[in-house]
Design a protein around this ligand. Sequence first.
Ligand code: ADP
Length: 284
Amino acid sequence: CAGHVNWDVTLRVDSLPDPDGEAAVESRVAAAGGSAANVAGGLADLGVDCSLLGSVGGDEYGRAARAESSERGVDCDALVTVPDDETTRKYVVVDPSGEVMVLGCPGANEAFEAADLPEGVLRDADHLHLTGQRPETAAQLAERASEAGVPVSFDPGRRVGERAYEATLSTVDYLFLNDREAALAFPFDASDSDGRTLVLKRGPDGAEVRTGGERIAHPGYPVDAVDTTGAGDAFAAGFLAGAVAGESHERALAVANACGALAARVPGARTDLSRAAVDALLGA
Ligand code: ADP
């Protein structure tokens, strides 16, 4: 998994701060975050071997982010430390209705380049998952993976509408988008042409796969949602765990929706996934 690696602090507040900054903090969770770290951690939880690719600063937040992902079972050997930079930090403020405000600084994530990827990593990989890195980095990583014959998935996030992402969107094998992002990327209709598989996330309504003219929808799992931050990352981990194991799209979609629902149930971007928790939802 290549892309953002952060240190996240999630604050649950009684209301989003007004212009005077008034809001009472009810709980505070600090954990490794960033979309690449979230997906890699979810995959490791589900028993899939994976490496985390990205960059952190040479500060205590970077050391904590690396340690947490390693403890979760993610290989962090290729995670770059940029000694003179700060680790990207995000403050996620969530009110009781689930409204979210994200504050943060760009930090070391911006320093990550395709050239940082050690040669052997792609040679030994079955799959490369890209998350919101800079457009040039995404394009170069996708190209290197294609040359190595490694399938690529991409979850570009909210910057998907930028022209600089266009080339990458049309070359990857799997593209993950939520409804908002799909409208930005494909203003008329989200298309699965060019041999690409589209995975469209629909929040509480589940998700849909579009591939080779076929559409497979799954309604998702109803849960009491507390905070959907990181739901898309947990979803991607569930889907990719199935895809790399050669499972059907129907099965991968069901597992992905279960993982997304599990993430919506807990505060913060980190969700500890397990086969048992997924199976419990699938069987329900
Ligand atoms: P993103 O987090 O990338 O914006 P979504 O909000 O669509 O994408 O959430 C990703 C996935 O998480 C959904 O496809 C679904 O499986 C699950 N999910 C999100 N919100 C809920 C919810 N309120 N209830 C159940 N599942 C949810």
